[in-house]
Ligand binder design. Structure first.
Ligand code: URA
Ligand code: CA
Length: 433
């Protein structure tokens, strides 16, 4: 088989066979196929798209390019959740204990933050003592005992995706639905999930800015998951403003505690109940989505969800006293209030700008190597649809830096105001099954 023939075939709009896709991905992973040929292929794929069979075959070829996590020692249907990336997205911290407490095993691998989106592993590290690196046996034992453990990525998972993603980044081929979908799904399948709930974000803070693109991406990923024998559903949710109020590591842990207590922000609570209901249903712990949702609401109201968070934190060596005393979490030296310069309704809050502002305070990494400040970030007081009087506090900054003018300007600029009340905001646009 010759790579040049496969490039020509795809250029002309034909579908590649499983054998051809395996040849290409194996060869590329082993450096037998050079970057320039893979670049030409990526561009051909960008323009010619892939059939569902091709997408499944590409995904599985990337899964098989490296290690896979074996979760077979954990009882029950392991359901993973994946978000395409948002700002202030605290959902994993809430969902892990919430669904675990109704019997769904959560054996999750999470990432660190990079750029303007935060990572669950960094957030968890703001709890003193919390261990994010566990060996495989300890991880399995913890999930069997407590139903929940969350670890950082380890092992050589999907090396083909790492290589291809880096290549796409410099060849203008990131934004291709089959390539994004297979990239994300290969990582979920390699990390051992039996079933997958996807949270596909749409809006100014998301990868897919418009709803049609988000829907197409969700359909592509659901098609791959189901084609690969992993039941998958996609929830399309709004990212035209940050989720909840808090953006920043320790601040989001506190927000997760509030939400598990039943006092969380409305949007964050609703998104967690929606995603969680699908997880519980896919894990066969409820006969319907409505029944699953009722179980989760009960878990919050009875305090069992919060108790499970304590067990989860203690299980990984963390100081669980922060749950009753969130002021023990890392605290910034100063707070500063950002006030509105005009009156009006909040129309939109450009989420990635808010994420960048939090990053400038030190909550995010500018490069993979940079250190982050777990204490800092910001808390929104006004959200889309709220009326604001000139002089009202929009946001509180939690900062260890004296000089914050640039951050303040960025945050103020992220708030788009209008004289008229905007239409009611939609949080969940669609569920793709
Ligand atoms: N995230 C991924 O993991 N892969 C992509 O291709 C795009 C976003
Ligand atoms: Ca938040």
């Amino acid at each position: 088989m010759r790579m040049v023939d496969l490039i020509a075939k795809k250029r002309d709009g034909e579908a590649l066979t499983k054998e051809e896709i395996d040849f290409m991905i194996e060869g590329y992973t082993k450096d037998e196929i050079p970057d320039y040929q893979m670049s030409a292929m990526a561009m051909a794929l960008y323009f010619q798209d892939m059939t569902t069979d091709e997408r499944v075959n590409l995904t599985m070829a990337m899964v098989n390019s490296g290690d896979t996590v074996d979760l077979s020692g954990i009882e029950g249907i392991k359901v993973d959740k994946h978000s395409t990336g948002g700002v202030g997205d605290t959902t994993t911290l809430i969902l892990a204990p919430l669904v675990a407490c109704v019997g769904v095993p959560v054996a999750k691998m999470s990432g660190r933050g990079l750029g303007h989106t935060g990572g669950t592993i960094d957030k968890l590290e703001s709890i003193k003592g919390f261990q994010v690196e566990l060996d495989g046996q300890t991880f399995n034992d913890l999930v069997n005992k407590n139903k929940v453990a969350v670890v950082g990525q380890s092992g050589n998972l999907t090396p083909a995706d790492k290589k291809l993603y880096a290549l796409r980044d410099v060849t203008a081929t990131v934004n291709s639905i089959p390539l994004i979908a297979s990239s994300i799904m290969s990582k979920k399948i390699a990390s051992g999930a039996d079933a997958i709930v996807l949270d596909v974000k749409t809006g100014s803070g998301a990868f897919m800015e418009n709803l049609d693109d988000a829907r197409a991406l969700a359909k592509a990923m659901v098609g791959i998951g189901n084609g690969a024998g992993r039941q998958t559903i996609g929830v399309i949710s709004d990212m035209n403003q940050p989720l909840g109020f808090a953006v920043g590591n320790a601040l989001e842990v506190k927000e997760a505690i509030d939400t598990l207590n039943g006092h969380g922000p409305e949007d964050l609570t609703e998104l967690c109940l929606t995603l969680g209901s699908h997880m519980v249903h896919l894990a066969n712990k409820a006969d319907s989505i409505d029944e699953a949702r009722a179980m989760l609401v009960e878990a919050i109201e009875s305090g069992r969800a919060l108790d499970t968070f304590k067990v989860f934190v203690e299980g990984q060596g963390g100081d669980a006293s922060v749950i009753d005393h969130p002021d023990l979490l890392p605290q910034a030296k100063m707070t500063k209030e950002i006030t509105a310069k005009t009156s009006g309704y909040v129309q939109e809050i450009i989420a990635d700008e808010v994420g960048i502002a939090a990053g400038m305070l030190g909550a995010g990494r500018m490069t993979k190597e940079s250190e982050i400040d777990l204490a800092v970030g910001l808390v929104l007081h006004k959200k889309v649809g709220d009326y604001v009087e000139k002089g009202d506090v929009l946001v509180t900054l939690h900062t260890n830096k004296e000089e914050t003018q640039e951050v303040e300007d960025k945050v103020r600029n992220a708030y788009r105001m209008h004289a008229d009340k905007p239409e009611a905001r939609v949080l969940i646009y669609d569920v793709i099954t």
